[in-house]
Design a protein around this ligand. Sequence first.
Ligand code: SF4
Ligand code: SF4
Length: 179
Amino acid sequence: MIVFGFLKVLLGNVAKGPATEPFPLGPATTPARFRGKVHMDPALCVGCAICRHVCVGNAIHISERADGSGYDWVLWHNTCALCGLCQHYCPTGAISMSNDWHNAHLQAEKDEWCESRFVPYLVCERCGAHIRPLPTSVAGRLYADNHVDVARILRLCPQCRQIETALHEGVRHDDQRVA
Ligand code: SF4
Ligand code: SF4
């Protein structure tokens, strides 16, 4: 009787096929919400460094270039704990976590095993100062109630943005008084 029971289970399992992933002989699936390697979109980065501040593994490094042309944002995959805090706290959505878990690499590759992004500074159209770029989506939110030309605001430094916004508001209020 015991033998029959065993054979029944055995044949049932053979009919169902393997219950584990075929990796490394075949692909391994990962859940959609799996926290894998971190990516950063330089077009959305404002250089606030919150990601570096909250990083538990001290994996994120941000440094300005000596020639003032912009800054380098580097994340070392080997020290990243995949906690997701940088993604959670990034105010612009520049950081995302992929479901790529392939982190094995050769010793010779360790110095390149990072997500490295260069974010160039812009030059203020009004005063010529170097400025950190402001993503369009962020500017749209910040200036939603100011009735200013957001495309021009993006090309100005923070001080010139204040001046431009104040001048614009002053003209608008004068127009309203006259009307
Ligand atoms: S990636 Fe996000 S949190 Fe990090 S510096 Fe850029 S905008 Fe700030
Ligand atoms: S996932 Fe966590 S450990 Fe990795 S870079 Fe982001 S904050 Fe740092």
